[in-house]
Design a protein around this ligand. Sequence first.
Ligand code: NAP
Length: 482
Amino acid sequence: MRDVGEARGCFIDGKWIPTAETFAVVDPATGREVGRASDATPAEARAAIGAAEGAFAEWAATPAAERGAVLRRIAAELERAADDIVSLIVAEQGKPIGQARFEVAYAGQWLEWYAEEARRTYGEIVPPPTATKRLLVQRRPLGVALAITPWNFPVAMIARKLAPALAAGCPLVVKPAEQTPLSPAAFIDAVDRAGVPAGVVNFVTASDPTRISDTLVGDPRVRKITFTGSTEVGKLLLRQSADHLARVSLELGGQAPFIVFDDADLDAATAGVIASKFQVNGQSCLCANRIFVQEGVVESFADRLTAAAGELVVGPGTDPEVAVGPLIDEAGYDKVCAHVADAVERGARVLVGGDRRQGGGLQQGYFFAPTVLGDCDDDMLVAREETFGPVAPLLTFTDEAEVVRRANDSPFGLAAYCYTRDLGRAHRVADALEFGLVGINDPLPASPVAPFGGFKESGLGREGGHDGIEAFLETKLVSIVC
Ligand code: NAP
C-alpha cells in the first residue's frame, strides 16, 4: 500500500499541490490515524475551478471517441491500483475487504459504460418552419462540474460522477468526504497516470466542508453541481447555487421499504434483506429500512432473518471472514443506538443483536451487532428516518393496498423492494410504489447501465444509463437561413 502518512495535496491543473494545513484520517475499526489529508483553503478551491475552466474548451472539443479512450485508460489504471485502493477503503471506511473489492470493480464499470456512452450524445435535425431555414439541435457540455461525494462509497461515488462528466466533455472538481479522502486521492493518482489532460480532473479535500463549499458552490464558473449525500445538505447546496442557476443533480437519502408477501420465496427474501440491509453495515442509501412482512408469514420470516443476521461475522474489514464492519464514527453509532432505544421503548422486541460489540479487540471501534427488531410500527424512528446502521425493523401488514399506502407514506422515494411470486402483483406494486428504483425479488437493482435516482426528497435528476450523461449536457439550437 502507498505510504499515506504524508498528505497527498490537492490535485490542481495536473499537479499535486501541498497545502499549509493537513488533517488526520482515522480507521473506524481501531480509532487510529491511518493517514493525513490536505486541508484546502478557499484559494485552492478557486484555483481548482480556474484550472477546470481553463481546460474546458479543449476538452469539450476533444472527439468523443478520444474522451472514451481516456475513460478506458482510467479504468485500466484503477484496476492496476485496485489492491492499494481496496486497502485504503477498508482502512478509512471500515467496510469488509470483499465489499471494498466490489466497490472498486463497480467504479470501473461506470468508467467503462461512459467510455461507450460518450459517442452517443446525438443531436437532431428538426423540420424547419420555412423552406429557407435549417434547424440543428446540438447537445453541448455544460462546463465546469463540481462533484461532492459521501464516505460510504468513497471511490464508486466519484466514478459515478467523473465518468459521465468527462464523457460529456465537462472538466471536474471533486470534493470527497472528510472521513474518506485517502482512497479518492489514490483514485485521482490513477486518473493522473491515465494521462488525463491537465485541468480536466481536479481534487480538493477539507476537514470542514464549509471552509471551501461557499467558494466552490457559489462560483459562477461552476455550471454543474453533482452531489451525493444527505437530503439536508442537498437542499442547502440547491439554495446556495440558485444565484447563478448552476444545474444541480442530487442523490440523497432514502428510507427503503422492503415488502415480503406471503407467497414469496422466504429464503430468497431473507437473503435479499441480508444483502440489502447489511451491505456497508447498513450505511447505504439503498438499504432496506422498513421491512414489511405479510401477517401470515411474519413468524417464519422473522425466524429465518434472525438466524441469518445472527450468523454475520462482525469485525474489522481486513478480516476476510467479516461481513459487518464498524460504523463510520461516533455520530453514526449514536444515531443507531437512539433508533434502537426508541423502538424498544415503544414496544419493539430485540430478536437478535441490539447492542455494541466490544470484545475480542473491538472496543476501539464503533461496532454494532447486526440487529433484527420484531413488533415495530410506523411511528418508531426506525420506520421514519434513515437509520444508517445494521438494524432491520420488522413491520406487519395485512394486504396489498395497505402496504403500498404505508410504504409510500414517506418524504423519501429512492429504493423499494418487493418479494412475491405473483406476476400480476409484482407489476401492480411496482407501478404503485413512489420510488426511483424498485427491485422485484432483486435486492441490488443499481447498475451503471440504468437510471438511478430518487423521487420526492431523495433527489433531483438521475445518474446511470443515458440519463447520466444528459445531466452534464445543455441543448443548443442552431438556426441557419439558407
Ligand atoms: P453529508 O453529510 O451530506 O455529506 C456528503 C458530502 O457533502 C461530503 O463530502 C460532505 O463533506 C459534504 N458536505 C457536508 N456539509 C456540507 C456543506 N454545508 N456544504 C458543502 N458540502 C457539505 O452525507 P454523508 O453523511 O457523507 O452521507 C450519508 C448520506 O448520503 C445518507 O443520507 C445517504 O442516504 C446519502 N447517500 C445517497 C446516495 C444516493 O445515491 N442517493 C448514495 C450514497 C449516500 P464532509 O464529509 O467534509 O462533511
